[in-house]
Design a protein around this ligand. Structure first.
Ligand code: PNS
Length: 177
């Protein structure tokens, strides 16, 4: 009986596999740095779900619903991007969504230790999901939600640091605070 011979060229084509990435974060608020990461992730993956989570070490300015609303209004031009909120463990959430990757932005070496720890913990909790880091554009490397929050609370002009719909939602939240 002839033995079946296989070469790389014989490999069966099983059709395109749709790749979903979760981009989690506090997004309190979404900044132009986050927007840059979303746009780049949307070019790399078939679907990107930007997911607002709870970082228990941060004091929030906006509710998770306000943050999700602000993101939704900012990504209307990106057809493969959706917005969601999650509670509990990120790894379990990403697994339940059928994601193949978690995307995180890296600004500078200062981010590395925290991101390394988070990626390692998430891999321990779910070995099937890769964390993919996208380096933030140099012009956004100084930018953080914390900086925007501080400027906003102290009455400064933060409008050039966030997408326009985000600025409107922050303004409203500060009026009613
Ligand atoms: O924008 P942030 O604050 O850096 O986002 C952090 C976030 C919300 C992604 C992270 O705190 C998180 O994943 N929280 C859910 C709880 C969890 O899974 N913790 C274990 C991994 S550190």
């Amino acid at each position: 009986m002839a033995r079946e011979r296989r070469s790389a060229g014989d490999r069966k084509y099983s059709g395109p596999v749709s790749k979903l990435a979760i981009y989690p974060g506090s997004f309190d608020p979404l900044t132009l740095g986050h927007m840059d990461v979303i746009e780049r992730a949307a070019r790399l993956f078939d679907r990107v779900v930007v997911s607002v989570g709870v970082n228990s070490s941060k004091k929030p300015l906006l509710t998770p619903e306000q943050r999700a609303q602000a993101i939704r209004a900012s990504v209307t031009g990106l057809k493969n991007v959706e917005v969601d909120t999650f509670q509990g463990l990120l790894a379990k959430y990403a697994e339940g969504m059928g994601a193949s990757a978690i995307v995180r932005g890296l600004r500078a070496t200062a981010d590395f230790e925290y991101e390394f720890q988070m990626a390692t913990v998430n891999r321990k909790l779910s070995s099937s999901i890769e964390t993919v880091f996208l380096m933030t554009k140099w012009e956004h490397s100084y930018l953080s939600s914390t900086i925007v929050k501080e400027i906003a609370v102290l009455g400064g002009d933060y409008s050039s640091l966030v997408p326009e719909p985000v600025a409107r939602i922050i303004e409203k939240a500060l009026e009613t605070a």
